[in-house]
Design a protein around this ligand. Structure first.
Ligand SMILES: [Zn+2]
Ligand SMILES: [Zn+2]
Length: 261
């Protein structure tokens, strides 16, 4: 092994991955339909394990004990999952996909020749999360404070007092679009490499699903990182219809006095 590969194995692995994507999938990577299609598919993919968990919760006491809502441990029915799936699909096809495709074609992204370093990837993903969390907090707080915004944009998302994984995207087309735009603009402001941006969007989808899953899982990320609120934090927001406005981190709610344990 030469000295350079011993020192920087990670960038080389990233470079190989990036070369594979850039050369083989260039057309797909530059497609204006990519952000909305990936957002929807990633959402459904990340929800699948929770559909299994919901099925197990009906028969396993142990899985049932992980549910956050102590009064009603009954998980959502398959019918609720399917209804929610069709609503979200419909809103993506009729509003989110065409609107983001138009925006992406105006943005004309480029594919750089070099992959990011591991450190660059890490910093860009963390910075995008912190910025997205801040923008989401401000937008979510406004939607609860301005009655017109609440009734016309956000109220639909609160129809699930006890949410479940798929309900993370059960919102009006305007809200879905606004959240996707906040995520896209966070990565854009940070100046993310496309690989960092893709990782940020994937992790963002996963964390939104986990926030709504209805379970306080023993291996959940917020147990490892106390700066995150996790599913109990966001479920409190759904139960109280107020407070805990940030999606992931808790610092803004602590700072503005809107934190509920
Ligand atoms: Zn809300
Ligand atoms: Zn929610």
């Amino acid at each position: 092994m030469d000295a350079q590969s011993a020192e920087t194995p990670c960038p080389r692995a990233l470079q190989a991955l990036w070369d594979h994507l850039r050369v083989g999938q260039e057309e797909a990577l530059l497609s204006p339909h990519l952000p909305a299609s990936c957002a929807f598919l990633a959402h459904v993919f990340f929800c699948a394990p929770f559909l299994v968990l919901d099925a197990l919760a009906s028969v396993s006491q142990r899985v049932g004990s992980w549910r956050i809502d102590a009064k009603s441990r009954r998980p959502p029915s398959l019918r609720r999952w399917l209804d929610c799936f069709w609503r979200v699909l419909c809103r993506y096809l009729t509003a989110v996909l065409p609107a983001t495709a138009l925006l992406q074609s105006l943005r004309s992204p480029e594919l750089p020749a070099h992959a990011p370093t591991c450190w660059q990837l890490f910093v860009e993903v963390c910075a995008s999360f912190l910025l997205f969390d801040t923008l989401f907090f401000a937008w979510h707080f406004s939607m609860h404070r301005v009655p017109w915004l609440y009734h016309n944009v956000h109220q639909l998302h609160h129809q699930q007092q006890i949410p479940f994984a798929l309900a993370a995207q059960d919102a009006t087309s305007t809200e879905l679009l606004s959240l996707l735009l906040l995520a896209l603009s966070s990565a854009w402001v940070v100046g993310c490499h496309p690989l960092s941006e893709a990782l940020f969007h994937l992790l963002n989808s996963w964390m939104a699903v986990e926030d709504h899953c209805g379970y306080n899982l023993p291996w959940a990320l917020h147990r490892l990182l106390p700066c995150l609120g996790g599913a109990p934090f966001h479920q409190t927001h759904h139960s109280l219809y107020r407070g805990n406005y940030a999606p992931y981190f808790t610092h803004w709610d602590h700072l503005f006095g809107t934190y509920y344990a």
